[in-house]
Design a protein around this ligand. Structure first.
Ligand SMILES: *[C@@H]1O[C@H](CO)[C@@H](O)[C@H](O)[C@H]1NC(C)=O
Ligand SMILES: *[C@@H]1O[C@H](CO)[C@@H](O)[C@H](O)[C@H]1NC(C)=O
Ligand SMILES: *[C@@H]1O[C@H](CO)[C@@H](O)[C@H](O)[C@H]1NC(C)=O
Ligand SMILES: *[C@@H]1O[C@H](CO)[C@@H](O)[C@H](O)[C@H]1NC(C)=O
Length: 956
């Protein structure tokens, strides 16, 4: 275009009134001379063009015409780092005074070459960036002043990039939960692209330091999923900043937040937008999927029109047609969606089912914008070809590993989804949705994805390089490369080994763990686990449209011979013992013979004659193991098919403390029995069974004080009337005490005292009498150490009166470690649930985090005080039951060698059996056969369950 000479002669005040420009916006043009009250005025200008026939004319050219033209030129610039970014010597996030650090002799997973590159060498961190990877030139090291460089000898330890969480609500849904902690969902409209998660970011969330202790260095903080368009997301680094502000936590904010609202930095940086479809927006807005998609189309149409106006405006501006052009068309509410249409926004789209994915894919093609990733996305593995039809490029898929079936939309979720999607060339990300999953253990999601078939390079990439790329930050995070941000995790094992824990975490080169407690880890954990073969199961997931049959392939009631056993665990009456391990014998391979579901002989083909029966079924365990079946307590397993669907579950009991209990039920004293509500073959129960959790103990569902009597059942049984399906009709009496109830804690304790001093008649009186005699345990759901202290006193009070010893068990127990000695002395047991505590609520906030933040874990602290400890799962997390075997292995690793394998198994079998009042031998009447390792290992797979009570061996 021709160059205009702009001469500001006279301010045209009349234009002020008509200006539609936003006051904040105009600060962007503040380089002009005469900006009054934040408004850019128009100026009359005489422009003379040089030429053979100079012509004098008059046109109004705005004083900020150059900026407008620049703005127009920038409109469609795709975000990128500044051109000099790759030669930077110092990070914009560098904290001055940070000592340079040399990590020597590390095993460095760089993320390069598709995650396949591993370098043995050194890593130099300085000025907030990685200065060298592998070999650090001597002259570089020599240039440092003597003593300045901090040297860490990694002794060959694994080093990875910081863990990157693509989907988190850290700070926006803070812990512990207090009023105002949940700032994720606005209820003011279906489409609200103008909202910003940054505006909710609480800097005092207890979870920041916990997540950092798990190696998480960067997180994308998304608004919630109650809206179709919930708002803009922001990427933060998790370390504390000197300024202590939310804004100072931002990584490459797309705007200069010290100034105007939507002033883009140049070149533009990636913006993030949260979208959601399906059930959540429908539920929150009493609408349907049709309403949601229409709301999207309406919003995008609004944005499209604004974009067209801007484009028309710019076309005129760049060709000098300033006359009556007015102000650049701008709208604070729709500008974010316009940027979507200009390809400047990474859309993180919560979307589960084929129907919803289809709707969004159509939307992307109608309005021509790409989706960065579908999140949760439990059905994406069923529709890869649909994903490939999305506008622009195939979206990545951000998943949980095994958290599924919690609502219809996730009912067909599969643990094999990461692997199936990767096989289709679709990028896979594992994400936390923190605090839905505690992001401290995001790497555990990658470990599980690997266990179920995702290649190790892709599994590690799924929580580092891939999410970095999907959020548009792969130029600086997610890899260990020269010039990248110094976000580095030094691990105590291979990061994909179970229980992998950081020894140190660097963010922007700043060491985050002040005094890390490091665990001793054995050599075999220093490599990626060799995971089992799930080929058949993976195929079946697809073949059955996400609902493969989960029952055994066959149930054998005759003789079954297990060959090539390397270890055997049994409960011979004194808890779990390891009967033998490979190291113990050097002779013939060991076998175990099971007849009618009962172990009849262990030895060799020579010493177990029954094994020679030619017709008997033989199962080769390839160095595997037999161990007692595990038990799970804490979730409503067996009472619920789908947690989010009321019509699929037993339902909640009346709470006699706060509800009017109908008189037809007997007023306030009925005791509800979970056994009456049991539902067999829930998918969570069958998956638990296939994962070695053969017994479920479940109390009636209650969100109040009195739940009722729990029951023990076989998780693999087809229905209640099968012999052995119900293992014990009634186990324990269950109550809960909590700061969260509507009646006071003192009232709850008074109620318990009234009950325990035998002042109640009816059914409840009968059950309490059993508790007082010590024939059934009183299991008390409690997290607060203060409430536990009152309960310990109450127990002593009652026992003085009755002269008998009560069996009391605390379930939950997040703060139990504070009273470990007193709990041990009082003979109270603890079921820690979840196994790894998290401060969800105030009465859990003093949980013991375990290494690297504390030397001891809650479990090892309680065990050291002679407390009988079991591990349970969270309420509402029946999906998590299947992971019990990994939970107890992890607990053993966290105890730093103080818990052997047999004791680890006991945490979820014989100990729980005792704590929940099951007859001794109930749990160990099931034996679980695993190939490739013990029931605890990522290398092993459950292949059969022998049930003495049912008289069969189920073979999977
Ligand atoms: C490496 O070994 C040395 C000597 O045993 C020890 O002091 C140091 O803490 C180890 N480093 C790491 C990162 O574990
Ligand atoms: C690196 O550490 C390993 C494990 O401690 C050790 O065997 C090896 O000798 C070390 N290499 C160097 C170069 O220090
Ligand atoms: C605002 O931030 C930008 C980018 O970080 C910086 O260049 C500018 O100087 C800051 N302005 C003020 C007024 O602090
Ligand atoms: C735990 O029990 C052992 C063995 O009975 C005993 O020696 C030890 O003192 C007990 N520890 C505590 C903390 O009570």
């Amino acid at each position: 275009m021709e160059k205009a000479v702009i001469a500001p002669y006279k301010q045209d005040w009349s234009s002020r009134r008509n200006s539609r420009q936003h006051p904040l916006l105009s600060a962007a043009f503040a380089t002009g001379l005469l900006i009054v009250c934040g408004y850019a005025g128009l100026f009359t200008a005489y422009t003379a063009f040089q030429g053979p026939h100079p012509k004098k004319f008059s046109v109004q050219i705005p004083i900020n015409a150059n900026q407008i033209i620049q703005k127009c030129a920038n409109l469609n610039v795709i975000p990128s780092p500044p051109s000099d970014f790759y030669s930077r010597k110092e990070s914009d996030r560098h904290v001055s005074g940070t000592r340079p650090t040399l990590i020597k002799n590390a095993t460095i997973w760089t993320g390069n070459i598709d995650g396949l590159e591993v370098i043995l060498g050194d890593l130099l961190l300085d000025k907030g960036i990685i200065q060298a990877v592998g070999e650090v030139p001597v002259h570089v090291l020599n240039a440092y002043e003597h003593g300045l460089l901090k040297v860490i000898d990694a002794n060959g330890s694994w080093v990875s990039p910081g863990i990157v969480d693509l989907h988190s609500h850290l700070g926006d849904y803070s812990s512990p939960k207090l009023r105002g902690s949940d700032d994720t969902n606005s209820r003011k409209g279906l489409v609200q692209p103008w909202l910003r998660s940054l505006d909710s970011l609480n800097t005092h969330d207890d979870a920041y330091q916990l997540s950092v202790a798990g190696g998480v260095t960067t997180a994308n903080i998304l608004p919630g999923s109650a809206n179709a368009i919930g708002g803009q997301a922001f990427v933060i680094k998790l370390r504390p900043t000197e300024e202590r502000s939310p804004s100072s936590m931002l990584l490459e904010p797309p705007f200069a937040f010290n100034g105007s609202g939507i002033q883009e930095v140049q070149p533009p940086r990636w913006r993030q937008l949260k979208q959601a479809c399906g059930e959540n927006p429908s539920r929150f807005y009493s609408g349907t999927r049709m309403d949601t998609i229409w709301a999207y189309r309406q919003g995008y149409e609004e944005a499209r029109k604004l974009k067209v106006k801007q484009d028309v405006y710019c076309e005129k501006a760049v060709t000098g047609q300033w006359d009556s052009l007015g102000d650049f068309p701008e709208n604070l509410q729709w500008e974010a969606l316009v940027d979507v249409l200009r390809g400047k926004v990474k859309i993180q789209n919560h979307c589960y089912e084929a129907v919803d994915l289809d709707g969004i894919v159509r939307l992307t093609n109608e309005f021509e914008f790409p989706i960065a990733a579908f999140h949760h996305a439990h059905e994406t593995y069923l529709v890869p070809d649909l994903l490939k039809k999305a506008y622009g490029h195939t979206p990545a898929v951000a998943l949980f590993a095994t958290n599924a079936r919690y609502k219809r939309e996730s009912y067909r979720g599969s643990e094999f989804a990461p692997r199936i999607l990767a096989d289709h060339g679709i990028e896979v990300v594992m994400k936390s949705d923190h605090p839905v999953l505690n992001s401290r253990f995001l790497v555990y999601e990658a470990q599980q994805a690997h266990y179920f078939g995702l290649a190790d390079n892709l599994a590690l990439a799924s929580v580092t390089s891939t999410p970095a790329k999907i959020m548009g930050q792969e130029h600086r995070i997610g890899y260990l490369r020269k010039g990248y941000d110094a976000d580095v995790v030094l691990w105590d094992s291979h990061p994909l080994a179970i229980g992998a824990t950081p020894k140190q975490v660097f963010i922007d080169g700043v060491a985050q763990l002040k005094n890390p407690f490091v665990l001793p880890k054995s050599d075999y954990l220093q490599r990626a686990p060799k995971t089992p073969d799930f080929e058949q199961e993976t195929k079946a997931a697809l073949e059955y449209d996400g609902l493969p049959p989960l029952g055994p392939k066959e149930s054998v009631s005759d003789i079954v011979v297990f060959r090539n056993l390397s270890s055997l665990f049994l409960d011979l009456g004194n808890g779990i013992e390891q009967i033998f391990a490979t190291e113990d014998y050097l002779g013939e391979p060991q076998i175990a013979v099971v007849q009618d579901g009962k172990l009849s002989c262990v030895g060799t083909f020579g010493t177990c004659p029954t094994s020679l029966d030619m017709n008997s079924r033989t199962v080769d365990l390839h160095g595997g193991s037999l161990a007692p079946g595990l038990l799970s307590y804490g979730s409503p397993l067996g009472l619920v098919h789908i947690a989010g669907e009321e019509t699929t579950q037993d339902g909640e009991v009346f709470d006699g403390l706060t509800d009017e209990v109908p008189s037809i039920l007997g007023g306030n004293s009925p005791v509800i029995r979970a056994v009456d509500g049991l539902q067999f073959t829930t998918r969570d129960a069958l998956l638990a069974y296939r994962s070695g959790v053969t017994t479920g103990v479940t109390a009636p569902c209650s969100s109040g004080f009195l739940a009722g009597l729990s029951t023990a059942f076989n998780t693999g049984a087809a229905h209640k009337l099968i012999e052995g399906a119900v293992m014990q009709d009634e186990a324990a009496l269950h109550v809960s005490l909590s700061l969260s109830f509507s009646v006071s804690v003192s009232t709850q304790i008074a109620t318990l005292r009234t009950l325990l001093f035998g002042r109640l008649e009816g059914d409840l009186g009968v059950q309490i009498a059993k508790v007082l005699k010590g024939t059934i345990p009183l299991v008390i759901g409690v997290h607060s150490a203060d409430i536990m202290a009152s309960l310990i006193q109450l127990k002593a009070e009652v026992e003085r009166e009755t002269g008998k010893t009560m069996q009391m068990t605390f379930a939950g127990g997040s703060e139990a470690h504070i009273l470990a000695r007193e709990i041990g002395a009082a003979g109270v047991g603890v079921i820690l649930s979840p196994a790894r505590s998290f401060p969800f609520f105030w009465d859990m906030r003093r949980m013991l985090p375990g290494p690297p933040l504390s030397q001891h874990s809650a479990i090892s602290t309680l065990l050291a005080a002679n407390v009988t400890v079991g591990v349970g799962v969270n309420f509402d997390e029946a999906w998590a039951v299947r992971n019990t075997r990994f939970d107890v292995n992890w607990a053993a690793l966290e105890a730093g060698g103080e818990i052997c394998k047999a004791e680890a198994i006991a945490l979820a079998s014989s100990n729980l059996e005792k704590l929940l009042g099951l007859n001794s031998g109930t749990v160990s009447s099931n034996l679980v056969a695993t190939t490739g390792g013990t029931i605890l290992d990522f290398e092993s797979k459950v292949v059969a369950v022998a049930s003495a009570k049912r008289g069969v061996v189920d073979i999977f």
